[in-house]
Design a protein around this ligand. Structure first.
Ligand SMILES: *[C@@H]1O[C@H](CO)[C@@H](O)[C@H](O)[C@H]1NC(C)=O
Length: 294
């Protein structure tokens, strides 16, 4: 039994020809399959259905230093052994229009999932990958997220969707059951609105909203978020803040609830007014009588 396990751990990469155009390298921290030269999903399927002496990979990468990943689709369950893959990376995949997110639930060791610069416009439900901690789908065309898409990721700590054309965040999109402290990155997304029901379950410890289109800080959406951050900080747990740098905020009576709350204000950072006399003023530095007529 012990011998078999050791033999598995020491088995070498499959020979080059069999998995061409992918390459396999064995370096710490594990065995990496690198497939930047793959041009079609059937080619990918063929590589992974080759008879390999030890079909266990810890890392799978399609990353090109020059040029792009030209895959359009990834077949579900293409990667064979589902208990060893730690990271899946498809960088600059500018032809990819969808991903079988549900099938990630079968990857029991998967820790990090990374897609960038794809044509994906909809994020569907992620299968319950028990160890999936970091999820990135950035620089893509995402405008819609299935309600509860990330809800079954019990160990999520970082969700990065920056630089997608998300204009409005709707109910259920970011409901979470993670047992960890988690942060969400939505910077550079054109967002002007987050529905009060967008977040539920485990609320995030940090919400990064730099360079969006918020003109206000609506209480119904943001109070539960910053109250949760304050509560966590008070309990000595990891807690960050809501970052609103680079949003066209109009400061008026609508922001009184946060600007005048000594306990909650520290959990909103870089919120700067862009209107009238207070143009350029952080909401934390508004004159004492600013809300006198509210
Ligand atoms: C999931 O992560 C835990 C803790 O990091 C680790 O002990 C466990 O082996 C991982 N599960 C799999 C299937 O790799």
């Amino acid at each position: 039994m012990v011998l078999a396990v050791l033999a598995g751990a020491w088995a070498e990469c499959p020979s080059g020809g069999a998995i061409s155009p992918c390459t396999c390298k064995e370096v710490m921290p594990g065995r990496t399959m690198e497939c930047s030269a793959i041009t079609s999903s059937s080619q990918l399927q063929k590589v992974f259905s080759t008879d390999m002496p030890s079909p266990d990979f810890q890392f799978f990468q399609i990353v090109k230093l020059s040029g792009r990943c030209s895959l359009e689709k990834i077949p579900a369950n293409v990667f064979g052994n589902e208990d060893t893959m730690l990271e899946l990376t498809f960088a600059d995949a500018n032809k990819m229009t969808s991903y079988p997110f549900e099938s990630l639930g079968d990857m029991h060791a998967l820790y990090k999932f990374f897609l960038s610069n794809t044509q994906i416009d909809t994020i569907t439900h992620f299968g319950p990958a028990p160890n999936l901690t970091m999820v990135s789908v950035t620089g893509s065309q995402v405008t819609t997220i299935e309600s509860g898409a990330f809800e079954d990721l019990g160990r999520l700590t970082r969700l990065d969707l920056h630089d997608n054309p998300l204009t409005s965040i709707e109910d259920g999109w970011f409901s979470s059951s993670t047992s960890e402290s988690w942060d969400i990155y939505l910077d550079g997304c054109d967002i002007s609105e987050i529905s009060p029901g967008a977040f539920s379950g485990t609320l995030p410890s940090g919400v990064f909203l730099q360079n969006n289109k918020f003109t206000s800080i609506p209480e119904a959406t943001f109070r539960p978020l910053v109250e949760n951050m304050e509560k966590r900080a008070e309990a000595g747990e990891l807690s960050h803040y809501v970052d609103l740098e680079g949003n066209p905020l109009v400061c008026d009576c609508d922001i009184k609830w946060i600007a005048t709350s000594e306990t909650l204000l520290p959990f909103v950072r870089n919120a700067v007014c862009t209107n009238g006399d207070v143009d350029g003023t952080n909401i934390a530095d508004l004159p004492a009588d600013f809300f006198a007529s509210c």
